[in-house]
Design a protein around this ligand. Structure first.
Ligand code: NAP
Ligand code: GDD
Length: 348
């Protein structure tokens, strides 16, 4: 019986690459969706590219036909499969950029999920497929609206960006297909998570890459946006383990994955820079605020309006009690360890 078959969208992304690695180690046959790009976009999976259990197919979430074709191919190749795990990780995942490309973001991050669920039904796989949807803490958005001070599966949502709104559609359509067609479909409501494979324009990676350039003398500054927002940031490697656990349960459900520890961007900058001997202090206010090294007086951190969002998510702090109790999942990496690993790599 063929039960270790998986189809991953977003396999060239941060989470997709770690998940593919994890499942190849567990002896899965891994099908992955990759996008055509004008240049190589498979750097994160280069080390597993030639694994005989990895099969890559071109496609795009906005193209429902390609999803049907790939699912049909998988069905055909594994006629006796009893279970097909599907992880829908593909998305236009940048919150700020979603304000600039809202329509595309909705096509990929909202309707893409609908197309995928319909493709599963069209291929007659709705009783075999186990579907994981990459939901997000961005659903909570204006978190203080709920009156909560920590966010769980029962906290009401209030998204604050075209990205968050598109992901909210996906959250509900997954729930709806679960209830309407008895599909095994789960939402993983994941709080921020990064690491050494994090995209370069997400804040924690931007900080460690910027620090690396300063240390090597390639630039004299790091320029950022709102340093007073707060995030709960974990390790992508830990989080993909949680995704996998969700699809191994007896029944489908939605789970928060988070570390339960939150820091402001200001604190993240201070923590990362400290690892290279800088003692960052602040002077000035608003857009004129500057972070300088107390030891040398060197001005290193500058603020620029262009990195602010039209609507901000001020804080996100997650309560992963349900995942801990039901999935036995634990975040194993502290923010200090995560930044340490990133600083080490990015300052080489
Ligand atoms: P990421 O590094 O940005 O990777 C996104 C992946 O999606 C890439 O493989 C990208 O392909 C692919 N993709 C983008 N648009 C696509 C489209 N239209 N059709 C097919 N593929 C497309 O994101 P990540 O950090 O790994 O996150 C994985 C998922 O979790 C995303 O859905 C994200 O929204 C969600 N999420 C992330 C976090 C986090 O903090 N990391 C937290 C909560 C939820 P290319 O490589 O070709 O660009
Ligand atoms: N990207 C970025 N760049 N963010 C900045 C900057 C900057 O120069 N300066 C300040 N920030 C602030 C943003 O305003 C935001 O409050 C915070 O840093 C985090 O921004 P991002 O790292 O871009 O992540 P995000 O929280 O908006 O979204 C990430 O996490 C979500 C889960 O909560 C992404 O990974 C999403 O895909 C994910 O769903």
């Amino acid at each position: 019986m063929d039960n270790k078959i998986v189809f991953i969208t977003g396999i060239t992304g941060q989470d997709g690459s770690y998940l593919a690695e994890l499942l190849l180690e567990k002896n899965y046959k891994v099908y992955g969706l990759i996008r055509r790009s004008s240049n190589i976009n498979t750097q994160r999976i280069e080390h597993i590219f030639n694994n005989k259990n990895l099969i890559l197919r071109y496609g795009d979430l906005t193209d429902g036909t390609c999803l049907i074709n790939i699912l049909s191919e998988i069905k055909n190749n594994h006629k006796d499969m009893e279970k097909l795990e599907i992880y829908n990780l593909a998305a236009q995942s940048h919150v700020k950029i979603s304000f600039e490309i809202p329509e595309y973001t909705a096509n990929a991050d909202a309707f893409g999920t609908l197309k995928f669920l319909e493709a599963i039904r069209s291929c007659g796989l709705e009783k075999i497929a186990r579907f994981y949807q990459a939901s997000t803490s961005e659903l909570y958005g204006l978190a203080s609206h709920s009156g909560a001070n920590i966010l769980s599966e029962t906290t009401p949502f209030y998204p604050r960006s075209p990205y968050g709104v598109a992901k909210l559609y996906s959250y509900w359509i997954v729930k709806n297909y679960r209830e309407s067609y008895d599909m095994f479909a789960c939402n993983g409501i994941l709080f921020n998570h990064g690491g050494v494979r994090r995209g370069h324009n997400f804040i924690e990676r931007k900080i460690t890459l910027g620090l690396g350039k300063i240390v090597r003398g390639e630039t004299d500054r790091l320029t950022v946006g709102n340093i007073d927002s707060k995030r709960d940031i974990g390790n992508s490697k830990d989080f993909v383990e949680g995704m996998w656990r969700m699809l191994q349960q007896d029944k489908p459900d939605d789970f928060v994955l988070a570390t339960g520890v939150m820091h402001s961007i200001r604190e993240l900058i201070e923590m990362a820079f400290k690892l290279k001997g800088f003692d960052i202090c602040w002077k000035g206010e608003g857009l004129d605020e500057i972070g300088y090294d107390k030891n040398t007086g060197r001005e290193l951190i500058f603020i620029n309006e262009k990195y602010f969002r039209p609507a901000e998510v001020d804080w996100l702090l997650g309560d992963a009690t349900k995942a801990k109790e039901i999935l036995g999942w634990e975040p194993n990496t502290s923010i200090e360890e995560l930044l340490g690993e990133m600083v080490e790599q990015d300052c080489k």
